[in-house]
Design a protein around this ligand. Structure first.
Ligand code: ACO
Length: 261
């Protein structure tokens, strides 16, 4: 996907060695997201160069992202793209397919071979909040404002955000955040585990670069294997988890010492 095409959609994508950076780049519209954003994000994930180990997701301007482009709820939609505004004339299957397609833009950020880091400043609303939740880590500026606005608009959060939210903050807090659509600011985000780190807005890029360097300091294959273990842990019993540890370690030991006689 060419830089010009991405620019038309409001995205930038750069690869520098082992670090890829995806920037939501429509600051005048607070980085509102469209079908084209999600489709391009998916293409970026599909074509991610093999050497990339860290993916930084950030937003240009005062807001990380104001969520879905509200024109998508109008009958006219976004020019050249469909809209959810004509939902009543579509059957359940095509609506579910449209949601599935949008979700693909976010899903790849969990891949075990990468660590995704969201750099979040200002508003992260709805789809913006969920994009941050799709990342493995969130480093936030002290002006951050997370808001799961969907229920206030008659919708559910459907861009893969509900599972990480519950896993990070617990069911009660997730219900509180979603069903009130209230704003979660930096101090609370850090306290409840939504953010790994809070920094002054001017220090956000530096803090993310430092985290990326830390992430790159470990062994690539061991990091991927460890992420697989950690991701699977909550769905396994202790016995299943220790068996999984053994299986991964057997591969590591073979890779490290297999050549010795
Ligand atoms: N969709 C389309 N355009 C948007 C969106 C959006 N989600 N958010 C902001 N914009 C546009 C505004 O219309 C405005 O455009 P204009 O300059 O042509 O009038 C421009 O971005 C700047 O917006 P302001 O409201 O002036 O910026 P401000 O910094 O004061 O406020 C804020 C930012 C709080 C994010 C506000 O714009 C807002 O509440 N946006 C809507 C958020 C929303 O409801 N998102 C949907 C969530 S649900 C979901 O994502 C599934």
């Amino acid at each position: 996907m060419s830089a010009d095409h991405l620019a038309e959609i409001g995205l930038r994508y750069e690869v520098d060695g082992e670090i890829a950076t995806v920037t939501l780049d429509r600051p005048d519209k607070r980085n509102a997201q469209t079908f084209a954003t999600w489709s391009a994000l998916r293409s970026i994930g599909d074509a991610l160069p093999e050497q990339v180990r860290v993916v930084v997701v950030k937003g240009e301007g005062p807001s990380f992202s104001a969520g879905i482009d509200l024109r998508m709820f109008s009958d006219e939609g976004v020019p050249g793209q469909g809209s959810f505004g004509s939902a009543s004339s579509q059957d359940d299957d095509s609506l579910k397919q449209a949601v599935d397609k949008a979700q693909q833009g976010f899903l790849w950020l969990r891949r075990p071979d990468i660590v995704s880091v969201a750099a979040v400043q200002g508003h992260a609303i709805g789809a913006g909040f969920q994009l941050a939740l799709a990342c493995d880590l969130r480093i936030v500026a002290d002006d951050v404002k997370f808001c799961m606005k969907e229920p206030a608009l008659g919708l559910v959060p459907d861009l893969t955000g509900t599972k990480p939210l519950v896993e990070l903050v617990g069911l009660a807090k997730a219900i509180d955040i979603c069903l009130t659509a209230r704003v979660v600011e930096a101090d609370e985000a850090y306290r409840i585990g939504l953010a790994e780190q809070v920094v002054a807005a001017g220090d956000l890029a530096g803090a993310v670069a430092e985290k990326a360097a830390q992430l790159l300091s470990t062994d690539r294959d061991a990091a991927a294997a460890t992420k697989r273990l950690l991701q699977g842990a909550s769905g396994r019993t202790l016995d299943e988890q220790r068996a999984a540890e053994g299986a991964e370690q057997a591969q590591r030991l073979k890779a490290l010492f297999g050549g010795r006689s």
